[in-house]
Design a protein around this ligand. Structure first.
Ligand code: AMP
Ligand code: ZN
Ligand code: FE
Ligand code: FE
Length: 278
């Protein structure tokens, strides 16, 4: 019997706002009979190279990945990078820039919460090595009984335009794509299905991306078709993944979106090349 090739190219570990360790993600991928994986933490590559060693032990093909936060005309845009040189100084510099941006932004969010009468004295920055994001603050608000769910924390306080929202210093799409390219990686427009303004989408599609994430999380073939068609017309790569976050987003299951062997092999080959002489 032939095994169907399914590689999930979008998930988060506890190095950003997921709840699983890289090892737990790799074990789960094997349980789900996935044949390839990429861990794409927000603005950090801290899961690597540890994840590569673990995947080797479990015999699961893994490619390096990251999901960078960026901004286009005040709209948040996520950009996936794959198959880059893990030792790239440009990637390290951008991760460091994001770390600083987040420290400042998170402090501003905590200040706004304080002004609303919610003390953040007990909020611990326990995720020292990784990225601290709004989901960590949402979890804290749940733990101190201000909200019942993470969703409620976003709806009442942390979501765009809500009273404790702060977007932080914007980092441009152009800078992000250029950084990934300098590191010999591919830059992919993440979940275009979620973009709010059609003008943003139009402008983004003119930028030097190498592909877009056509297969994403809970969107079925009807919602995916538009993006798959656009990517095909442009000759772009079409990637896909579940955006699994563990307990942070329990409705997103690992392996719920994936790519087939041809796309995975193309990225795997590039990943090996980019890291050959690094
Ligand atoms: P940050 O990168 O710190 O601004 O946080 C953004 C992350 O928060 C996203 O990548 C999602 O994982 C999560 N997120 C955004 N909006 C919501 C929401 N309404 N409910 C739950 N999680 C959300
Ligand atoms: Zn996330
Ligand atoms: Fe995203
Ligand atoms: Fe994501």
């Amino acid at each position: 019997m032939t095994v169907e090739f399914r590689a999930d190219l979008h998930c988060h570990s506890f190095y950003s706002d997921g709840t699983d360790s890289p090892e737990a993600l790799i074990q789960l991928a094997i349980e789900k009979k996935l044949t390839g994986l990429s861990i794409t933490d927000h603005d950090t590559i801290s899961a690597y190279p540890e994840a590569i060693q673990i995947a080797g032990r479990f015999n699961l093909p893994l490619i390096v990945g990251v999901e960078f936060s960026s901004n286009f005309r005040c709209e948040p845009v996520h950009i996936l990078g794959y198959s880059f040189d893990l030792k790239s100084q440009e990637i390290a510099r951008l991760c460091e820039k994001h770390k600083k941006r987040r420290q400042e932004r998170n402090n501003s969010i905590l200040k706004k919460l304080k002004a609303l009468g919610i003390s953040s004295e007990l909020f611990s920055l326990e995720n020292i090595e990784g990225t601290i994001g709004r989901p960590h603050i949402a979890k804290f608000l749940m733990e101190i009984g201000i909200v019942q769910t993470i969703q409620e924390a976003f709806e009442r306080y942390l979501g765009e335009g809500k009273p404790a929202f702060d977007p932080g210093e914007p980092i441009s799409v152009e800078e992000t794509i250029e950084t990934i390219h300098q590191a010999k990686g591919v830059a992919i427009l993440a979940h275009p299905h979620l973009l709010k303004r059609s003008i943003t989408t139009r402008e983004l599609l003119k930028m030097p991306f190498d592909g877009l994430e056509g297969y994403y999380a809970r969107f079925g073939p009807a919602r995916e078709k538009k993006w798959v068609d656009i990517a095909r017309t442009k000759g772009w790569l079409i990637t896909g993944g579940s955006d699994y976050h563990g307990a942070t987003k329990p409705h997103s299951l690992l392996g719920s979106s994936w790519v087939g062997e041809k796309t995975f092999e193309c990225l795997y080959h590039r990943f090996k090349q980019a890291n050959l002489f690094a």
